[in-house]
Design a protein around this ligand. Structure first.
Ligand code: ATP
Length: 236
């Protein structure tokens, strides 16, 4: 089985700015992998490259062996992503938003409705199913982003700072849910600014800074190394 994510010398330039600099990373199937780094390290750019939102400038990127550009649809169908920003359709009840998403990725209409209900229950906002995105609180919006990522039953779940700015209760609910999902076999890539979060959840962690990989280690190895390497990734 190919790795869930494999990048080799991945480069992304925005004009003069090199947001990803020869980034080579492998995330094995079934892993819970953390991507840690300060603002501007390139974490979101890395995710956007995997899901086809930005075109890479150089190097290779594959998801379960599928090239993210040449085999876009196969790679994209394997991924559920909960982005940082709230980019959800505001004009439909959230249950319909989820049905549309499932339908777009090939889930038959009758199954899509059941699947939407299932994930809304799983993230704890089933009672809000007829409301629109704008009417939800910030915490519920985070839950909805996760539900949308799960509605296609992805093999790879990507979470971009899912706990930034959320209250303690929701943070713990999210931790519990993503741990369960990983135990059920879903590969997870999570970006975070919080080293404690990465240590608590992840099998391995990559620390990034200025588009480069600083290190890849298990949480125990990171603790053993003291603060210097970690500080590089967390100086902001
Ligand atoms: P944060 O923790 O703040 O979300 P990040 O690690 O996700 O940061 P990115 O958002 O990937 O970092 O940004 C990496 C670099 O690329 C930054 O210097 C950013 O300003 C730049 N950048 C990102 N998107 C664009 C864009 N569309 N055009 C130009 N520059 C961009």
């Amino acid at each position: 089985m190919p790795p869930a994510i494999e990048t080799v010398d991945l480069v992304k330039e925005y004009g003069e700015l090199r947001a990803l600099q020869e980034l080579s990373l492998t995330v094995e199937e079934g892993e819970f992998f953390g991507l840690l780094g300060p603002n501007g390290a390139g974490k979101t750019t890395f995710i956007n490259t995997l899901v086809g939102l930005v075109r890479k400038t150089g190097g290779e990127a594959r998801v379960f062996g599928y090239d993210v550009e040449d085999d876009y649809q196969q790679a994209r169908d394997a991924i559920g992503v909960a982005p940082q920003e709230f980019n959800v359709d505001r004009f439909f009840p959230i249950r319909e938003v989820l049905e549309h998403k499932a339908g777009y990725h090939g889930v038959p209409a009758d199954e899509a409705a059941d699947r939407a209900d299932e994930v809304l229950k799983r993230v704890g906002i089933y009672d809000k199913r007829n409301e629109r995105f704008d009417w939800l609180s910030g915490g519920m919006k985070r839950r909805l982003l996760l539900a949308r990522a799960l509605v296609t039953d992805p093999d790879l779940l990507i979470l971009d700072e899912p706990t930034a700015g959320v209250d303690v209760q929701l943070r713990h609910d999210l931790w519990e849910l993503v741990t369960e999902l990983n135990e059920e076999g879903t590969t997870i890539l999570l970006t975070t600014h919080y080293i404690e979060e990465a240590e608590r959840l992840c099998d391995r962690v990559a620390i990034m800074n200025e588009g480069r990989k600083v290190t890849v280690a298990t949480p125990d190895e990171l603790k053993g190394r003291g603060t210097d390497t970690i500080a590089v990734g967390l100086e902001s």
